[in-house]
Design a protein around this ligand. Sequence first.
Ligand SMILES: [Zn+2]
Ligand SMILES: [Zn+2]
Length: 482
Amino acid sequence: MTLSAFRTRFVWMFLFAPAPLPVMAQARPAAPGPLAAAIESRAPAYTAVARRIWEFAEVGYQEEKSSALLQEQLRGAGFTVESGVAEMPTAFVATYGSGKPVIAIIGEFDALPGLSQDAVPTRKVLAEGGPGHGCGHHLFGTASVAAAVAVKDWLASSRRSGTLKVLGTPAEEGGGGKIYMIRAGLFQDVDAVIAWHPGDLNQVTRATTLANNSAKFRFKGLSAHAAAAPEAGRSALDGVEAMNTMVNLMREHVPAETRIHYIITSGGGAPNVVPDFAEAYYYARHSDMRVLDGIWDRVLNAAKGAALGTGTEVEFELVNSVYNVMPNDALADVMQRALERVGGFAYTAEERAFADQIRTSLTGTLPPADAAGRVYPAEVGLSSGSTDMGDVSWVVPTVQLSAATWVPGTPAHSWQAVAAGGMSIGSKGMIVAAKTMALTAQDLFTNPGELTRARAEFDRRLGGFVYKSRVGDRKPPLDYRK
Ligand SMILES: [Zn+2]
Ligand SMILES: [Zn+2]
């Protein structure tokens, strides 16, 4: 997913609003200070780490080398690292310090299938059909480690009490790693969660996302010769088609911002054999999980009705379910101050040429070419992606930003995102994110009143609602990419 990645193309609530202007600071923000300087001095090392993870390009739950490399950085810096947590071999928790408050920084590191691309400004596949970091999670995990190491050094030298954690969360792209870490109690004692996401603008996030349920519907019928004995067969593909037809009729009668999409992953082997197995893979999304619950029940009923009407049987496997993100303005205020202190970055002449070339391949209204040099007003309203950060935000007050790791106008999950993420534009954006997260954490450790305000807002927004993941007691889908 992506928090901000689709923003420039599609923020529903603000569809007709003029493009936001960058923040014109009234007063010059304070200098970013020693934490930011410490991160800057280590930027070449972190750039190398991110580049290696970009090259590994490991997909969800198979991120062995990527996860190990990030853990190695944290161990080397003095964190205690527990790996393989919550029944996921590539998930980890790194901890430094003790006592309250407990601040956690999230790091993701999974790649996407089929997005192989070289770090060049034209389409050039590195490995045919291979994976690539189209969502920039190689930068995500590395920036989070960079921020955490700087904050840890500051905690140590200033002899402050408090606990800093890095939660290494696998398989964000559809595998829902964070959900299982929540279930294992790994967020239980955390007071605030800090995260970010690669994007094309430097911008704090105050937007929500779409809650998203996904499931595979498996229909079973009876095989028969399609010409000689069709009356003896019951087509599993008929079941899938009947379900799809009913869901497509349903679209008219759901809230307008609902999104439902499917593919047929199995539809039989030959036209002259009545298929005894067929499968459809569905996503359904809405900006409020409580509304999605009702929509999802109707999708399930369409599956049951389709099976009944076609004389087949159906079973379904809920692959993933993530909540919409609950924003927290109190924490976003803290992060906004941090981001304005850090500021954006300028392109070199080579980066400018790279970006200009990339921009010739992008469509739609693009943000200004020099957008990376600015700080934009916070993203508000609804971002049309989905993420398992959503679940985290219903358990702990959570704040996120996006940083301009991609050429302005680049959508997530594109070859252009892989390309910029593999070169210096990506790593410069990553350093903006690392500094901003470090300054945010420093502020929270220093000013406990900010955490009190964040918690009060969190409780008010929750309004007594009790979070419960829709995945129930299922095991992490460790093989969902196999
Ligand atoms: Zn993504
Ligand atoms: Zn992502």
